[in-house]
Design a protein around this ligand. Structure first.
Ligand SMILES: Nc1nc2c(c(=O)[nH]1)N[C@H]1C(S)=C(S)[C@@H](COP(=O)(O)OP(=O)(O)OC[C@H]3O[C@@H](n4cnc5c(N)ncnc54)[C@H](O)[C@@H]3O)O[C@H]1N2
Ligand code: MOO
Length: 430
């Protein structure tokens, strides 16, 4: 049958339609997790001036030749430099200035002596801190090398060099660096805004009690969480009843603030398959959505298209919770990450190879790629395949088993019996 698509064909079709979002300039914390779109060069050397790495005394090394416990060098203390000091004393031969960690090295000094190598200016034995008053003299018991305990200007990042390259993901250390360089905003691709909505007249929000035939809407919570987990801003819309007009109106409303839309339910062949009904043969102005069957289990019925003037991708996922989740991981997550600018080889979840641990062979439908839920153990010695054991059965309504799994076991299309001990690809769920 020509209208059955493989998992790989469907994913390729989806990704061909995705363009990364336009870069915008965002304040640092709003850019967390985003990818930088331009190289950032160092506008002012980091650190911007030579400064002390210790609390102690700024000295001239030539004054301390041979200083030791028995013959300490005696220097005149001419003042004090704290971090943030604007005016600096000139250190001349025979002189020292008290200095604190991070304070600029005063002119004339070429090294710092930690306070522990001195009497702290108190005239006694070795000092351990600088909380006491400065004496007029300090005894130095040990000589530093030239430049010792001085952090030179530009030693962290030199003026004009590239500090971060385009494509870098901005985590806490990168944001710290940008702030240190004085950048208040940065050009990034923004987090995609994801609208998630469930369809089904049987759905009741969690917290409300169930009437006859009703169930709680779990998909919209799971999918909104998955969208966040993939780096998006998720907006969960209350479940929409099985009415095509209401669904179309809700989607049109949401389009203005969506970079990607995800619906669940209503894509099969039932009498109330509202998503399919509402989005088939759309006004071309609004967009096009194709409904197709995939050679996959779970996740057979899928809809995908582009909606609105901005051509936002829309995924119409099947309603069975496991089908919806597996479809999200395999198709929506890569699309969302492509919108955010991640490269082609970093769109999906990490994968591994694992040896199947099971009491008996696992049956898999012929011609469909099956994704079983599993518990993965990495190899004990860090090499070779790990192991994976199935968690729960293959049925696509089993959310309790899904919640105990940390991997999807991929059984290829041609395999109808997955034998224990066989090696299979696994998708590692974070
Ligand atoms: N005659 C056929 N029937 C079905 C076929 C088929 O090929 N021929 N395919 C089956 C497969 S496979 C799947 S998957 C489902 C897909 O159905 P829909 O996408 O139309 O989803 P619904 O019918 O709306 O719901 C299916 C199932 O999931 C529950 N559900 C739906 N939404 C939620 C939600 N937000 N939270 C929790 N649970 C939800 C719903 O109550 C149903 O039990 O079709 C098969 N049928
Ligand atoms: O193939 Mo449907 O997507 O599981 O149960």
């Amino acid at each position: 049958m020509t209208d059955i698509w493989s998992v790989d064909e469907h994913l390729a079709d989806v990704l061909t339609a995705i363009r990364p979002l336009e870069p915008i300039e965002l304040p640092l914390l709003d850019a967390q997790g985003c990818l930088l779109t331009e190289d950032v060069t160092v506008p002012t050397a980091l650190p911007p001036f030579d400064n002390s790495s210790m609390d102690g005394y700024a000295v001239r090394v030539a004054d301390l030749d041979g200083a030791c416990d028995d013959y300490p060098a005696v220097l005149t203390v001419i003042g004090e430099v704290a971090a943030g000091s604007g005016t600096l004393p000139q250190v001349r031969p025979g002189q020292a200035a008290r200095i604190m960690t991070g304070a600029p090295l005063p002119p004339g000094a070429d090294a710092v002596v930690p306070v522990e190598w001195t009497d702290g200016g108190a005239g006694g034995g070795p000092a351990v801190d600088m909380t006491g008053p400065a004496g007029p003299e300090v005894r130095v018991h040990r000589a530093p090398a030239r430049g010792q305990f001085v952090r030179p200007r530009g030693s962290d990042a030199a003026l004009g060099t590239v500090a971060l390259t385009a494509g870098t993901r901005l985590g806490p250390p990168q944001l710290g660096l940008l702030a240190a360089l004085g950048r208040g905003t940065v050009p990034v691709r923004p987090r995609p805004r994801v609208v998630v909505l469930s369809t089904g007249s049987e759905l009741v929000p969690p917290g409300a009690s169930l009437g006859p035939g009703q169930i709680h809407d779990s998909n919209s919570f799971m999918l909104a969480a998955a969208a966040r987990d993939a780096g998006g801003f998720a907006h969960r819309v209350a479940a929409v009843a099985d009415d095509p007009g209401t669904l179309r109106a809700t989607l049109e409303d949401q389009l203005a603030s969506a970079d990607l839309l995800v619906t669940s339910g209503g894509v099969s062949v039932g009498a109330y398959d509202v998503v399919k009904e509402a989005l088939t043969d759309l006004d071309p102005e609004l967009g096009t959505v194709a409904f197709r069957r995939l050679a996959m289990q779970p996740g057979k019925p899928q809809g995908f298209g582009l909606l609105g003037r901005a051509r936002a991708p829309l995924f119409a996922l099947p309603g069975n919770p496991v089908s919806a989740y597996v479809s999200f991981e395999l198709f929506v997550r890569p699309a969302l990450r492509a919108l955010a600018g991640h490269p082609a080889d970093a769109l999906g979840r990490p994968r591994a190879t694992a040896r199947l641990v099971a009491d008996a062979p696992l049956r898999s439908p012929e011609g469909r790629r099956q994704y079983l839920r599993g518990a993965y153990e990495p190899p004990a010695d860090g090499t070779g395949p790990g192991t994976v054991r199935p968690v729960g059965r293959a049925d696509s309504h089993l959310v309790a088993a899904l919640a105990r799994a940390d991997a999807l076991i991929e059984i290829p299309e041609q395999v109808t019996e997955a034998a224990p001990g066989g090696e299979f690809a696994v998708v590692l769920l974070g």
